[in-house]
Design a protein. Structure first.
Length: 132
């Protein structure tokens, strides 16, 4: 992933057209709306409510078929996702439309801890339709 420097730069991820012409929708604009409007209370309330509920995860492959291999891997990671991390994932999804999770592994290859990564600092690096 590429990291964006702080201060003055913002990644644009969508555009829209209004009477002034084409405008770029950026993370900076979203952050301003989040900080200056009731949007922050709404997003935090929804994210908090969603993470209070019990949930279950279905592990499926890209064809929609259940996968025991994915389930085994996913269950190892799932136990490391705290309520705070899950709430931050929901918040980022609602706020930016995307969320990133970093999984720290121990020396034996088992998940050790999970962290959310602020979407404003990274962008996926995709080559030939694959994440690299």
């Amino acid at each position: 992933v590429l990291q964006y420097p702080t201060g003055g730069q913002s990644q644009g991820f969508a555009s829209y057209t209004n009477v002034s012409g084409s405008q770029q929708l950026s993370y900076e604009l979203i952050d301003d709306l989040y900080d200056r409007t009731i949007m922050n209370r709404i997003i935090n309330k929804v994210a908090g409510d969603c993470t209070r509920m019990n949930y279950s995860v279905n592990y499926i492959d890209l064809d929609g078929k259940q996968s025991e291999e994915l389930e085994e891997l996913g269950m190892q990671i799932d136990v490391k996702i705290t309520r705070k991390v899950l709430r931050n994932i929901f918040r980022d999804m609602l706020k930016y439309g995307t969320a990133f999770l970093y999984i720290q592994y121990d020396k034996s290859g088992l998940p050790l801890q999970t962290y959310t990564i602020d979407p404003t600092y990274i962008t996926p690096n995709i080559e030939d339709g694959r994440l690299v």
